[in-house]
Design a protein around this ligand. Structure first.
Ligand code: GDP
Ligand code: MG
Length: 446
């Protein structure tokens, strides 16, 4: 497995938390030291490791777990989140016909990655043209041709053409637009003006959708500097980090590249053509920390957090301060047997009256549309419904893929709910009854 040693140490930390006695300062201190040591051994930058563990320490002391979660689970959750945060954002990658430029220094794995990507595309049913624009070394052209044969994709090279950009120009004329075009370029031993100029000329002709830097994970932290230098010089859309299978320093390379701001799109995990994986930071951390447990834990937290929000929204409802934001939590918590489903039965629109199945279904699908609309409101609009008017209504409709009529419908429903809420807030008897129904924890604000 990739980053075996780091994973093992971190899983050891989690086990310590799970098995340990009470979660107190002593345990937190010990856990934080263990994490720090594990990160440093994986070559993670010292400052990054210190900052991370200090955040874990502070959050563990200051933040309160959501109602219903144990302190132990909460600590694990914090560690998960902080490690996840140093791996950068996930960037979507579309498998459709694209023009991809691969750049990088000698020996980093460009040509191999070109072959791996070609296979990835072909598996998705998209045909590929591999272009040999490493014009300086005949052996490199042969290597790519071999890979193209193995993958079973198209290949273009012109061994008599010394100008990379002209090879690319001719390749573009050769391959139809429904092909993914992957261009392998030549490397240098360092980022020199020659290399940058050549990449610039190739880019001008290719007009790539993706400019991807191929980096060897064995570089450790210096991979970050390299990513930044390339990004400044040619503008990257992503990075492929290769040879993570063999590198004990992978943690340093991953975190340093993420810190450079260039998203990691793929990781190479072996010499074979199949050994390329999409890099999904969340899944990567889950796996590192011992997948299954974390996954269920996260799901449980989502539920708890939703319930917390729903509770808050219920309180707002009962005190008459009910915003579109509250309504969004309300709709999000439908379906779960939260306090809201109880409340909801009291309201006019979805009224206490019995609905038959088709009415029920129509209501469900309307609620789904409302949710989509609420998701495209700005934070200010969620807090102040008066901002949703005029031209904004059209834009919100377009942004959420709904009709303007639907947006107006939502506003009307909101208004009805708010009025009903006001009625409840000012009706003592009804309010007490509701409080009893909602149970403890929903004490309305005075
Ligand atoms: P280029 O000079 O950047 O084109 O690099 P190559 O694609 O020729 O790769 C250089 C060496 O690294 C070759 O021996 C590849 O087999 C090896 N290589 C590339 N990617 C990986 C990887 O993900 N894992 C391992 N273990 N080896 C790799
Ligand atoms: Mg090469």
């Amino acid at each position: 497995m990739v980053l075996d040693a780091l994973g093992k140490s971190l899983r050891g930390v989690l086990q310590k938390i799970a098995r340990g006695g009470t979660v107190d300062d002593a345990l937190i201190g010990e856990v934080v030291r263990d994490i720090q040591r594990a990160l440093l051994q994986a070559d993670v930058n010292v400052q990054l490791a210190i900052d991370l563990t200090q955040r874990v320490k502070r959050r563990a002391k200051e933040e309160k777990p959501p109602a219903g979660a144990s302190v132990r689970d909460f600590l694990i959750r914090i560690i998960y989140e902080e490690i996840r945060s140093i791996l950068g954002k996930e960037r979507p990658f579309e498998f459709k016909p694209r023009r991809i430029l691969l750049a990088g220094l000698f020996g980093q794995g460009k040509t191999t990655t070109a072959g791996k990507l070609a296979r990835f595309y072909q598996k998705k049913g998209i045909r590929v043209g591999l272009v040999a624009a490493d014009v300086h070394r005949p052996a490199a052209i042969d290597q790519l041709e071999q890979l193209a044969k193995k993958v079973g994709c198209e290949f273009y090279a012109d061994r008599a053409q010394p100008k990379a950009e002209l090879v690319v120009r001719d390749a573009l004329a050769r391959f139809p637009p429904h092909f993914a075009i992957i261009v392998d370029t030549s490397g240098r031993s360092g980022i020199d003006p020659d290399l940058i100029a050549e990449l610039g000329r190739v880019r001008a002709v290719l007009q790539p959708d993706e400019t991807i830097l191929v980096l060897d994970a064995a570089m450790g932290q210096t991979a970050g500097r390299s990513a930044k230098a390339f990004h400044d010089a040619v503008g990257l859309t992503g990075v492929v980090l290769t040879k993570l299978d063999g590198s004990a320093k992978g943690g340093g390379a991953l975190s340093a590249v993420a810190a450079s701001g260039a998203p990691i799109l793929f990781i190479g995990t072996g010499e074979h053509l199949d050994e390329l994986e999409r890099f999904d930071p969340t899944r990567f951390v889950s796996r590192l920390l011992g997948m299954g447990d974390i996954q269920t834990l996260l799901e449980r937290f989502e539920e708890l957090v939703n319930k917390d929000e729903a509770q808050k929204a219920a309180e707002h409802l009962m005190t008459g301060r009910f915003t579109l934001r509250d309504m969004r939590s309300q709709l999000a918590s439908l379906g779960q047997m939260g306090p809201f489903s109880k409340l909801l039965s009291l309201f006019p629109t979805f009224g206490g009256a019995k609905m038959d199945e088709s009415q029920m279904e129509a209501t469900q699908s309307r609620l789904r549309r409302y949710r989509a609309i609420l998701d495209s409101l700005t934070p200010a609009e969620l807090d102040d419904p008066h901002l949703v008017r005029g031209d904004r209504i059209h834009r919100i409709a377009r942004g959420s893929g709904q009709r303007t009529q639907e947006v107006r419908g939502l506003l009307k429903y909101y208004d009805q709910t708010r009025k009903a809420a006001h009625g409840i807030a000012s009706n003592r008897k009804l309010r007490r009854q509701l409080e009893r129904q909602l149970g403890a924890g929903a004490e309305p604000h005075a």
